[in-house]
Design a protein around this ligand. Structure first.
Ligand code: MN
Length: 132
């Protein structure tokens, strides 16, 4: 397998500044290139412009929320292959179902367990490169 020398680009969509800064810093330290968005509209726009390798999507966002933004991204042919991991404060089954039915590929509860998240990212990116 040939590994790309370019850093994996993660689009982190999170309106809470503290959560955003902390997760962004931790992912950057692990070698990811992190681009942030604070709302769903920007997430949709950046998913097209940047073609990130993966999106981390907070569900509770001002304006267009994470479920809506996920639906738009997954309905667009240019962006539908980008894996999306939902980030939500609730561990309820209903939230998980709601995120997955919006098109999210995986689901992480907040506060984020970094090692758990990194495993989820790794398995989604592996699946994709094998399919290419
Ligand atoms: Mn939020």
């Amino acid at each position: 397998m040939i590994e790309s020398s370019q850093a994996t680009t993660v689009l982190l969509v999170e309106d809470n500044e503290l959560n955003r800064d902390m997760l962004s810093r931790r992912l950057t330290r692990r070698g990811f290139r992190v681009v942030t968005a604070l709302d769903g509209e920007t997430a949709v726009k950046l998913s097209r412009e940047l073609e990130p390798d993966l999106i981390l999507m907070d569900m509770g966002l001002p304006g267009m929320n994470g479920w809506e933004a996920t639906r738009v991204i997954k309905q667009n042919l240019e962006t539908q292959a980008i894996p999306i991991i939902a980030l939500t404060a609730h561990a309820l089954n209903a939230d998980r179902e709601r995120a997955l039915s919006a098109g999210c590929d995986a689901f992480e509860t907040k506060p984020v367990d970094l090692e758990h998240l990194l495993r989820a990212i790794g398995s989604l990116l592996n699946g994709r490169s094998q399919a290419t």
